[in-house]
Write a protein that binds this ligand. Structure first.
Ligand code: RP5
Length: 162
């Protein structure tokens, strides 16, 4: 079993179907991760202690998904220097634009790498976390290169009628 290098956190159980996409990518690449529900609004103390301990625990990246007033990624970035990758969850009321704007517009000094809204964003968050870790892990770099090459090879040159 791989060491836990990535924390996947989310504001609610309802975010899991989206955030699972990040977990599946990390699984496929052999990157160890943990999953936690950490809400900026409903469990602020949990957010604070997770952020306070993240670097000492050896986490190399934190993927944080939240929807609506999506303060989790930004608050986590305030609390730890571990790179935070934000995933805006698609919402019913505003289609996730609310989540995106809540996450992306950080003040200077506390960056969040903000992904696209929804499932593609969550999958890309997994890939970006792996890419960050691959800088110091040659075996992971090779696995990531192979994953990218396989995706590329799966794209047909011509469209077909279904
Ligand atoms: C946010 O509120 C969560 O990240 C979730 O996307 C949204 C709705 O949460 P639930 O009401 O479904 O628990 O904090």
């Amino acid at each position: 079993m791989a060491d836990i290098s990535v924390g996947i956190i989310m504001g609610s159980q309802s975010d899991w179907p989206t955030m699972k996409e990040a977990a599946e990518i990390l699984d496929a690449l052999g990157v160890g991760f943990e999953t936690r529900i950490v809400s900026a609004h409903r469990t602020p103390d949990r957010l604070w202690s997770y952020g306070a301990e993240a670097a000492d625990r050896g986490l190399g990246a934190i993927i944080a998904g939240a929807g609506g007033a999506a303060h989790l990624p930004g608050m986590m970035a305030s609390k730890t220097r571990v790179p935070v990758i934000g995933v805006p969850i698609e919402t019913r009321a505003l289609s996730g634009v609310d989540s995106l704007y809540s996450i992306v517009q950080m003040p200077r000094g506390y960056p969040v790498a903000t992904m696209a809204i929804g499932a593609a964003g969550a999958a890309n968050a997994g890939l970006l976390a792996a890419a960050i870790l691959a800088n110091g892990d040659a075996a992971l770099a090779r696995r990531l290169d192979a994953w990218r090459a396989a995706l590329s090879a799966s794209i047909p040159e011509e469209p077909r009628d279904d």
